[in-house]
Every structure is written in C-alpha cells, then in structure tokens.
Design a protein around this ligand. Structure first.
Ligand code: AMP
Ligand code: GLY
Length: 424
C-alpha cells in the first residue's frame, strides 16, 4: 500500500511512525509533512486546505489510501475530491466535517438526535446575546461558531468578561468569519475526557481512553491551547462511562449522520464532560486529538494500515478487533516560548537524538524545520512531543521527563505536571 498522510503536526508524525511499521505499507508520503515525517518518506509542499491539489497529488502518486490529519483538510472537501477520483480516504466528507466546523450545526444535530450536551442558543446579534446572559448565572460559555484552531471558546467568570468576549467575536472579528455567529451554552461541571471512535459510516469501534491538558501552564492554569500533554489510559473514563458514551453519543450520531445523508467516516472525537449523571458532549472533532493521538499510537499493537483502509471502504464490521498494549503512555508537548498567543519561532533545538535514546521514549516532531546543515529549529507553536510508555503511568511520566531533560532548547517550555490528575 502507498499511503499519503495529510498534515504536519505531532499527530501526523505519530500516525506515520505507526503506519511505517506495517508490513503492508510500501511507501509513506506526507503533505506538507515535517522533518519527522520526512525521515519516513517523501514530503510534498501542498497546504492542508488545498483540497483539489492534494487529491491531484494522490492520483499522480497512485496512492492507495489518504489519511486526513487536521479538520481543515476535511472541511476543505478533500474526501469529496478523492471520492470522485475513486481513491480511498480515511477522513470525513465536507458535509460530515460540519460536526466540528460548525458548532451551531453540531448543537442542532444533538437536539435532533437526543445526544446529551449543554443547553445553548445561537446568536449573530451582540445585543440579543448580551440580553440572553441577563437571565443566567456565570460562568458563561461563549464560542465562535466556526473553526478557530481550538481557541474560539471563552469561559467568562463575570458578565463584563462575557460581554467583552461577545464584542471581540461578533464586532472585532477576533476569529474572522468563524465568529459570524456565536453559541452561548450552559457551563458543564465535571472532569473532561477525550473519547475516540473509528467510524466507517455505519460501524463504530471505540479506542482506548486518553486525556489531554488544555491549559498552557502547570496546575491547569493559563490560556487554553490545543493541548500541552496527554496520557492513556485515563481512569476517569471507566468501562461504564465508555459504554454510556457509545450508546448515548457515538452510535446515535453515526445513525443520525447517515440518516441525514452525511455518513461519517474517520475518527469521531467526542470531548466529554464526565458529570455526576454520566458523560455529556462538550464538542465533536472529526479527527484524532493532538496530542492524544501520540499516546494512542504508542499503545496500539495492531497494524493500523488495514484498519484505516477498512474504515475508508465501509468495511469495519469485518475488521479484526484492535489490540492495545496494557502499559501506559504519556506525551509531553514542548512548545515555543510565547505559545499560544505569539510563539517565537526560529530558535535552535538540540538533543532530540539523545532524547530518543532514552529507553521507552519516542520524540515526535510537530512545528519543527531543518536547515540544510541539519540544524533543527522551532517553526510553530507546539514544536516537539516527547512520548514514553511504562508499566505504570508513573513510570511513563518519569521516562517522558527523562527524555525532556535531554532536550536543549532555551526557546521552548513544557508543563512539568502532565498526568497529575491521574497520578492523584
Ligand atoms: P471546545 O473547543 O468546545 O472543546 O472548548 C474548549 C474547552 O472549553 C473545553 O475543553 C472545556 O475545557 C471548555 N468548555 C467548553 N464548553 C464547556 C461547557 N459547556 N462547560 C464547561 N466547560 C466547557
Ligand atoms: N487535544 C485536543 C484537540 O486535538 O483538539
């Protein structure tokens, strides 16, 4: 099989690392890729939003399977372009990607299909939105409707902060056209968990649980980010919570999407709040979580290539069960100073080879670039993912931080407490 991975983050490097181990894979390509993926095969400088160009590339290279990493590529219609060319694609159509690309669509869909989520209202008018808050209690949850790279959500503790957020999104267009509409919803108390299911339009297979840390700094303080670290398993997601999530959230969604003519293929990622009365849906994503995916790939024992192909072909019902390593895995994200607001790029990173030499450690590249002489530099917000496995979560964490200690990068920072909630 020739596989093309679309994306350039740590998630895509982890998928590539796993797929490269498959005896079925003859060539692994990526677009645009990163230095980690470049070590696994050819990379092509095509951007993730260039759906038609990516599809043409897949056709030219006679690719047998395209794996979509980021939601942007799915929302740009890459799967639809590939479908017209008859190229199997692991990832949702543009219409199915609406589950992530429009929070208003997602909330209305949940209402139609009885999926448990916070009560909400959609607004395009700031005066009405502020009036609605008048009858409600803080904290207020205000979300830009469209894709905003995980940053379009404000949890406001006061009315004043909420009003400011509404103005920033609707008037000042802080998130561009993603903020033409806003969703205001009730605050859900509880602990968060990330839930992933492999879907082929009809059948869903749950993956093992993982949990990320969204805030930038230790103690879950500071601004929201795409994720500063992750661990698997996640004790908060019990077997009972998993079964409830499948019955009440994933399967009704899969049935509903099919019935509405938007069958969902790919990874359905449910951001959950585990509350006293069971899991509630915070949001859907239509892709693997980053950095959750990195921990999942470290734990997956089965060959990933035939599973993704089966999902792409609507054949998951006949795929063998997934096998997982009983050991724990953790990812520590090393980010550029200034992330998430204004990451400083260009700084030199040393020690990745030494970190990879630490037992049980694998370093995935995210926002890195390599000079012609091989010097590695920061080229994005989240730059490296130091992952480790261990017999216990405590051991995995210790190994990951032993890897981190080998990296010499004054221009970067990472949290020192990844997995603290699970370690008690
Ligand atoms: P989202 O991009 O929708 O996942 O939101 C980002 C983060 O905001 C989530 O991971 C939660 O920590 C928080 N959040 C979003 N919606 C809610 C809600 N209704 N109640 C509590 N926290 C929320
Ligand atoms: N780590 C959360 C996400 O990928 O959205």
């Amino acid at each position: 099989m020739k596989i093309l991975i679309v994306g350039s983050g740590g998630r895509e490097h982890a998928l590539g690392w796993k797929l490269a181990q498959s005896p079925l894979v003859s060539e692994l390509m990526s677009a645009p890729g990163n230095p980690g993926l470049a070590a696994l095969g050819r990379t092509f400088p095509v951007k993730v939003e260039q759906a038609a160009e990516l599809a043409a590339l897949a056709a030219r290279e006679q690719v047998d399977l395209v794996v979509i990493g980021p939601e942007v590529a799915a929302a740009a219609g890459l799967a639809d372009h590939l479908a017209t060319l008859g190229i199997p694609c692991f990832g949702p159509s543009k219409a199915a990607a609406e589950l992530e690309a429009s929070k208003a669509f997602m909330k209305e869909f949940c209402l139609r299909h009885g999926v448990p989520t916070a009560e909400y209202k959609v607004f395009d008018d700031a005066i009405r939105a502020k009036a609605y808050l008048g009858d409600r209690e803080p904290p207020f949850v205000i979300k830009a409707d469209g894709l905003a790279a995980g940053k379009g959500v404000v949890i406001a503790e006061t009315r004043r902060a909420a009003d400011e957020a509404i103005d920033e999104i609707l008037f000042l267009r802080k998130f561009g056209t993603a903020g033409q509409r806003i969703v205001i919803e009730d605050f859900l108390p509880g602990e968060e968990a990330s839930f992933f299911a492999l879907c082929d339009g009809e059948t869903a297979i749950p993956l093992v649980a993982a949990q990320d840390h969204k805030r930038a700094y230790d103690g879950d303080k500071g601004p929201n980010t795409g994720g500063m670290g992750a661990y698997s398993p996640a004790p908060i997601l019990t077997d009972a919570a998993r079964d409830q999530t499948m019955e009440q959230i994933i399967l009704p969604t899969l049935r509903g999407m099919k019935a509405e003519g938007r069958p969902f293929v790919g990874i359905l990622f449910a951001g959950l709040m585990i509350s006293a009365d069971g899991p509630k849906l915070i949001e859907f994503n239509v892709r693997f979580g980053d950095p959750e995916c990195q921990t999942l790939m470290r734990r997956l024992k089965s060959d990933l290539a035939p599973v993704l192909l089966a999902a792409a072909k609507g054949d998951l019902a006949n795929a063998p069960a997934l096998e997982w390593d009983a050991r724990s895995a953790v990812t520590v994200v090393y980010a550029a100073q200034g992330y998430p607001d204004e990451p400083l790029t260009g700084s030199v990173i040393r020690g990745v080879t030494q970190a990879n030499a630490v037992p049980d450690v694998v370093v995935f590249h995210a926002g890195t670039r390599e000079d012609e002489d091989g010097t590695l530099r920061a080229a994005g917000g989240r730059v490296l993912n130091v992952t480790a496995t261990g017999d216990t979560l405590t051991q995995a964490v210790a190994s990951a931080y032993a890897g981190v200690a080998q990296i010499d990068w004054p221009g970067g920072f990472c949290r020192s407490d990844i997995a603290w909630r699970a370690l008690g």
